[in-house]
Design a protein around this ligand. Sequence first.
Ligand code: GDP
Ligand code: IMO
Ligand code: MG
Length: 425
Amino acid sequence: MPATVVVGTQWGDEGKGKLTDLLAHDMDVVVRYQGGHNAGYRIVVNGEAFSLQLVPAGILNPNITPVIGNGVVVDPAVLLDELDRLGEKGVDTSRLVLSGNAHLIMPYHQELDRLTERFLGKNALGTTKRGIGPAYADKSSRVGLRVQDLLDPKIFREKLDVVLHEKNLVLTKIYNRPAMSAKDIAERYLDELTPRLAPMIGDTVAIVHDALDRGQRILLESTQATFLDLDHGTYPFVTSSNPVAGGACAGSGLGPRDITDVVGIAKAYVTRVGAGPFPTELDGELDALLVERGQEFGTNTGRRRRVGWFDAVMARQAARLNSLTEVALTKLDVLDTLEEIKVCVGYEARGVHYDFPPYHQSILHDVSPIYETVPGWQSDITSATKYDELPSAAQNYIKFLESVIGVPISVVGVGPGREQFVRPS
Ligand code: GDP
Ligand code: IMO
Ligand code: MG
């Protein structure tokens, strides 16, 4: 049986959490394959809001096995804290399985993330300061500590001693910060956190393949998004992992032929948090209106998101980078009050027309969006339960987006609630 990937097609916060929760109803296993607690997603179930960072969004569905895959970077304290908060709300978290191959975020990763951002000054990336970049850097440099090391205190201490020696030189000699104590870190990770984590640690590659062999369905859940991808995003204003659908294999242990469906999540407009190019970015009244109506503040960091018109150039690129088989359009209701809506259908820069983003970022910084304007519907769509109940102008907007992206739109979000969506026929 097939595996489905859910991937963000813009710069994050498209509503992947809500869609994953929705799609999880038909799934048996939901795997997060990259990122860490830089992600933030909000899911509203029967009026109750759940804010998650690290746990797969599928956890809210009692019938699935939630898995944190090997591609994720895990801060164990954050994970336990999140599980406690879910437990207090009555969610059963006992089914969660954590890959032994996932890398650990250590206290020095967070500290170095903060220090590097400060060091970069006006060139700062605007990271979430969660230690994500430094943790993935150590993974690539082969000095990272993995979740499985927690189960072997001798190895954990040996590895920590070696790596912390170098980190402390950087902290003290370059940044003039106090050294960290290997003893304190080991006590916290091994003595305080491991007893609770140990029962969750498992062979997640075996879990996903056994599930496939039994004919079960797997959902692979991205955090971040296509244009925050380390290879395909707007580098260096990206995260340090590969959210693109291709990353789902490396981050879960499935092979490419196990994936049959790729659902791209796209907001009906675009948002971005942190620095980096954003061709369709708005300012002034429209910016304030969309931020207000869409509540565009980070679920995790509380930062105000930048907003802009839907960008079909980026969406087309996302369609090919991820082999999208369908698009789920979210937050259409946020556009309810607009008289007219613009969609970027191409770029122009230095006398050249672009249907796809120019590979050279200096050109991307220079592009002028080419807009088509479509009529708004100026009515409240939040109570629509069927596609036919949408005003014709809203249906036309959806059809127009479908035609400029070139991928069918299979779900449309009309509000934050789990039940607030319609399916185009
Ligand atoms: P993620 O990071 O992609 O999972 O998205 P976030 O949860 O960070 O941000 C999406 C926000 O939009 C959340 O607050 C959701 O509750 C909300 N949301 C999701 N779908 C819809 C929708 O169709 N309409 C509205 N108004 N809000 C939505
Ligand atoms: P979800 O899963 C939006 C952005 C940060 C910064 C850049 C690098 O909720 O969509 P990092 O801390 O990852 O090194 O920061 O990436 N960023 C996100 N933006 N949504 C996210 O996650 C993000 N995760 C990271 O703002 O620009
Ligand atoms: Mg988010």
